[in-house]
Design a protein around this ligand. Structure first.
Ligand SMILES: Cc1ncc(COP(=O)(O)O)c(C=O)c1O
Length: 383
């Protein structure tokens, strides 16, 4: 049991070591707290620079970012969209917001993300290519897009997934909610598909309080995203003319101020994250029955959340390990319930999902806040 007065170690908490107070105060002092203000544009520009993308559009959260990205990628009502079964429910929700149907695919053990080989074999068995589009031969619905998700910050096998998508005429939209600061084969994630969505929720590597963004290298797509996420208002100094059903998804300046200060801290936070990951890896090197997860080959991961992976013969012990950790004040947690086991997705079209089911029984996330490693460094950064 935790001695009285001792604080539990959270799974992930924000780290404010830069100009957060200063920028937020500037919003309050000037009154620019809402949907207009200089911080939004500054943040968008710096996010584009950081990720090496041409355009970034800031929105209210990662779910809204995914929703807008899917709509702009051409997902329509009754289309199917391939997503991993092993992801946070927001990935599926965004598909549902479009009136479309999530089609669940399996992940691979090494990357924890969509398995390109399995996806190709699945499409070979069910897909029908007709008039330049892909249809599910079993349901008759068009399969419009695929959404790889970079689990816990570790990049999925993007080049192979992009090839599968090209062969089957699928748009690829990356759910990069967990992966700001992760690189795949030397390129920041987010540029293998036509669009990618980030989240800046309070539990992510950097936070805007709540926030998200869409990145793309395409000017027309960036313009379409910006239009759709700002109520589809036709620019005019005083007239209210809207040419489509749009969304009030613009990130407020107050949140953008926090986001900008956090983005400036990303190099420092990434350094902390990688040092923490190495410390965990060393600590579990000799442990039996469990491994500390490390980034896939040719990737540089942000190590958003560190993870322990139980060997298969120990999968029945997950609950006991979590119980023990919580008793000790360590807020460890499992991965998500695979989506086909949730009531609203029980009947979703899917492939065989053995790896997702197995990983869900074996992966344990452990505390990963950037400030857990090296208080001295935290102080050094402040000075
Ligand atoms: C994989 C994934 N997708 C989407 C989201 C949605 O982001 P938000 O919570 O900002 O809506 C999250 C995080 O919460 C996530 O982890």
């Amino acid at each position: 049991m935790l001695p009285s007065g001792e604080q539990p170690v959270e799974l992930h908490a924000p780290y404010f070591a830069g100009k957060e107070w200063h920028y937020v105060k500037e919003c309050l002092d000037t009154g620019w707290v809402s949907s207009a203000g200089a911080f939004v544009e500054q943040f968008e520009q710096q996010l584009a620079d950081f990720t090496g993308m041409r355009y970034a559009v800031a929105v209210v959260n990662g779910s809204a970012a995914l929703h807008a990205a899917l709509l702009v990628a051409g997902v329509e009502s009754q289309d199917e969209v391939i997503i991993p079964a092993l992801t946070f429910v927001a990935t599926a929700n965004a598909v549902h917001y479009c009136g479309a149907v999530p089609h669940l695919a399996d992940s691979c053990e090494r990357t924890l993300g969509l398995d390109p080989g399995k996806l190709r074999r699945h499409l070979q068995s069910i897909a029908v290519l007709r008039d330049g589009a892909c249809f599910n031969g079993l349901t008759g619905r068009r399969i419009r897009a695929a959404v790889p998700m970079h689990t816990l910050g570790h990049p999925a096998r993007l080049d192979e997934l992009a090839e599968v998508c090209a062969d089957y005429r699928l748009e690829m939209v990356e759910d990069a909610a967990e992966a700001l600061g992760s690189w795949y084969k030397g390129r920041h994630i987010g540029s293998w598909g036509c669009l990618a969505a980030f989240s800046f929720n309070g539990n992510k590597i950097m936070t805007a309080g709540g926030g998200g963004a869409i990145v793309t290298n395409s000017e027309p797509l960036a313009r379409a995203v910006r239009h759709l996420t700002t109520t589809a208002k036709v620019p005019h100094r005083w007239r209210f003319v809207h040419d489509a059903v749009g969304y009030n998804y613009r990130l407020p300046n107050l949140n953008a101020a926090l986001a900008l200060a956090q983005l400036e801290q990303m190099p420092m936070m990434l350094d902390c994250k990688r040092r923490l990951a190495r410390a965990y890896q060393r600590a579990f090197e000799q442990a039996e029955g469990v491994q500390c997860y490390s980034e896939p080959p040719q990737c540089r991961s942000n190590y958003w959340l560190n993870a322990l992976v139980l060997e298969e013969q120990h999968q029945g012990e997950l609950e006991a390990v979590l119980e023990l950790a919580h008793q000790e004040g360590i807020r460890a947690r499992p991965l998500w319930t695979p989506l086909h086991q949730l009531p609203m997705l029980r009947d979703a079209p899917r492939m065989e999902l053995a790896t997702s089911e197995s990983l869900a029984k074996r992966v344990i996330n452990i505390p990963s806040s950037a400030f857990l490693i090296g208080a001295t460094r935290r102080e050094a950064w402040n000075s």
